[in-house]
Each structure stands twice: as C-alpha cells, then as structure tokens.
Design a protein around this ligand. Structure first.
Ligand code: ATP
Ligand code: MG
Length: 404
C-alpha cells in the first residue's frame, strides 16, 4: 500500500502562527497545509527560521507565549471514522493523546534527559505516568526492551545521561517517544547534532522500526538531502509557508518550485562530474517584514512581474494531487522554465549535473509523481477553488485553505 493512498492520520489546513501581536508580530507560519498518512514518513525541510519547529509546536499544542495560533485546523484521525480537532482539544484530551498517540522528539532533545536520573528510571517514569496499571517488573522489562529496540544494551538501564554518548542519548529519546506505541512521532532535527555515521545508523534503525511498528513520522530538518533518503513525501517551507509538497523521489528528480531547486542545488553529488555548487543567493527574509507577493521573489532567478505583487497559492500540479507548488511559473498560463518542468528532463541544467538518486529513493515507498516529461500545465481540481479558478481548465487549482 502506498503512503499516498493510505488513510489520513493528521490533517493540517491553513495553519497560521504568530509570535506577538500587532505590527511587530512575527508571522512564523502562514496558511500551512500538510497531510500525514498512516505509516508514512513526511519530511519537512527549510532553512533556519522558516517556521518548521513552530509548526510542530502548534500541531502538538506545545506552543508557548508569545506564540499564538491565529487560524487553521489540525485534525487527528486516531482510527477510521474518528476525528479529534487538536486545536479545540482541552488539557485532558491532550494529556491522553500525547505520548500514547502522538509523541515528539524535540530539537536538541538529547539534552533534555534528566541528568540525575538513570535512563531506566526515565523510561519507567513514562510508563508509570501513562500506564498506571503496569507492575514495576513489567515497566523494567519494557524499558529494557525499548533500549534494545534502539540498539542499546539493557545493561545501560542503570546509566546516567552523562555516561552515554550523544548518539546514545538521542536513541534513548527516540525509545521514549516510542514507549507507548504512538501512531505519530514528530521528530524535530533528531540527528542534526550527531556525526554522519551515527546519524545514518539511527536513521536506518528508525526506518526499520517504522516498517515493523507502522507509526507515521513527521521528520523535520534543514537537510533536504537527508529527507530524500528517508521520507516518502516532502514538504518544503519558506518564510513560514509550505511552498512545495511532493513524493520524495519526484521532488528530487524534478523540483517544481525555484526554492526547492535551489535547496537541491546546494548539496554536492557523490556521482558524476564535479561542479560548482549554485546555492541560493541572498538570505531568508525578516518574518516581520516579508517582501510583497511571493516572499522568495527577491532571491528567485525565475521571478516575473506578478511574483512581486501577488502571493501564489499552492497549485495542484499532478492529476493525483501528489504534487503542489506555490509558484506563478507553474500556473499553467505558460510553460515553466525547463529546470522547473515535470519529469526527468526537469533537472538538466541548474541542478541535475551528476545527481543520481540514493538507493532508498530509487524505489521510494510512495509512488513517484508523474514523470512523463509533460507538465507544462498544472491540473485543475474540480470544486477545490472557491474563487472558481478550477473552472478554468488551463489553470492549476488552489488547494483548500491555501489562498493568499
Ligand atoms: P531552525 O531550523 O533554526 O530550527 P525553524 O525553521 O525551526 O528554524 P522556528 O524556530 O520555527 O524556525 O522559528 C520561526 C521564526 O519564529 C523565526 O523567525 C524565529 O525567530 C521566530 N521565533 C521562534 N520562537 C520565537 C519566540 N519564542 N519569540 C519570538 N519569535 C520566535
Ligand atoms: Mg527548529
């Protein structure tokens, strides 16, 4: 079963988050739309300050003042036919859901272990709080099982955090997140502070656990190359907005938003000819004073007049809805630049030099989006545009809740 066709587990629609109020408010997340399916790994990528952690805090209602959720919906479907509105849930509903249904591994989580408690007691604490009926012996056995699950031997139950390496501490945090077999694990930069070898080991373990236990992951990182390897689908954020969403392999082969193309052109390939990395000129905008129109237009080599005036909505570009991008060059009124066209021919000049897909994405778990080399026009979606844009069959249709 493909991730894309699986039942939705978490739906985020039009989510908006500000820090502060009034003219000085920082619009950290604007009209974010995401969909996480059962068993899927959804990657969320973007430069530092693009709003990734804020989005995770808002979804899980862990946002602290001055953060305010100013709009949108977050719906969790614990089982088919049941829906929990997370933004309306009260403290008790959240307490029941957190950890047992939705768990979080926060950015720098490995530093959040209690320094004066052993790993065993900390794991047992989680079990005691959420499974009060469990005996002390069962808690200890389960704690040992959890450590072994993440590649740490049970004799480390008695170790204090300072006696563990960074990678081991991060593994303990992942074990804690999995302690109650949640349906969703949100991981915010879970491996960023680790060396690449440890990072790879942990990601492989995580993938295996996901395959075995079937939980879904929202994996947040600034490292798009990492997501290409582990995610089924990827959402790219820029200045608080989701600017592109696509199956991982399809995004790698043919990014349709200039920012995704820029991110993909910023890391070297292990194969092919050596080339100078293009990167993205300029720096991310101040979220208090976003540029008019598309926030990326001052850094975009493909911008046209309209880009500095109107915010592009997320346009559905594939028939199956597997791909959306917020770019006026993809609205179907004219063929997009070849670098941003669909299909294998898309990455010919700026970014494709020498790139080849990593092994995992050569056979992605989610089906790759259409890669037939057509793609000049975006697909309309009947009834999805309140403004009637879907009636115009030559144009892409905005996704619900994403209108500017
Ligand atoms: P990184 O990759 O560095 O972790 P991020 O994408 O997770 O970045 P966020 O931490 O969500 O970014 O921050 C988004 C924006 O919100 C940034 O401009 C940041 O300065 C701002 N911000 C975050 N927390 C606060 C806060 N408590 N008060 C005011 N502004 C904040
Ligand atoms: Mg962050």
């Amino acid at each position: 079963m493909s991730a894309a066709s699986a039942a939705p587990l978490l739906e985020v629609r039009g989510l908006r988050v500000d820090y502060g109020v009034g003219d000085g408010a920082i619009h950290a997340v604007t009209d974010a739309d995401l969909m996480l399916h059962r068993g899927e790994v959804l990657g969320l990528a973007g430069e530092s300050g693009s709003g990734k952690s804020t989005l995770a805090y808002a979804i899980t209602r862990l946002l602290r003042p001055p953060g305010i959720i100013t709009g949108g919906d977050v719906r969790f479907h614990p089982e088919p036919g049941r829906c929990v509105d997370l933004l309306e849930a009260d403290a008790e509903q959240l307490r029941v859901l957190r950890w047992s249904q939705i768990s979080v591994v926060m950015q720098s989580a490995m530093n959040s272990l209690n320094p004066v408690m052993t790993t065993g007691s900390q794991l047992a604490d989680v079990l005691e709080a959420h499974r009060p009926g469990m005996s002390a012996a069962s808690r200890r056995a389960r704690a040992a099982e959890l450590l072994q699950m993440v590649g740490i031997t049970a004799d480390r139950l008695g170790s204090y955090p300072h006696e563990l390496s960074g990678g081991m501490r991060q593994r303990v945090m992942i074990a804690m997140a999995l302690a109650l077999q949640p349906q969703i694990v949100i991981m915010d930069e879970p491996t960023t502070a680790l060396d690449v070898v440890t990072q790879r080991e942990i990601l492989e373990e995580l993938s295996d656990l996901r395959d075995r236990l079937g939980f879904a992951i929202l994996f947040i990182t600034h490292d798009l190359s990492l997501l290409i390897e582990i995610a089924d689908s990827i959402a790219v954020m820029y200045a608080g907005r989701v600017v592109e969403r696509a199956p991982a392999g399809a995004l790698f082969r043919a990014p349709r938003h200039p920012y995704s193309l820029g991110l993909l052109s910023s890391f070297p390939s292990l194969h092919g000819q050596r080339r100078r990395l293009a990167g993205i000129p300029g720096s991310p905008p101040d979220l208090r004073q976003l540029p008019s129109g598309c926030a990326f237009h001052p850094r975009c080599g493909y911008a046209v007049d309209r880009c500095s005036v109107q915010v592009p909505p997320l346009l559905r570009l594939d028939e199956d809805g597997g791909r959306v991008a917020a770019c006026w060059r993809q609205d179907g009124s004219a063929p997009p630049p070849p670098e941003l066209a669909a299909g294998l021919h898309g990455r010919t000049s700026a970014s494709a030099a020498g790139s080849s897909l990593p092994d995992r994405t050569q056979a992605p778990r989610a089906p790759a989006a259409r890669a037939d080399g057509t793609g000049a026009g975006a697909e309309p979606v009947a009834g999805s545009s309140p403004g009637g844009a879907s009636a115009d069959l030559g144009r892409a249709a905005p996704i619900l809740g994403s209108q500017p």
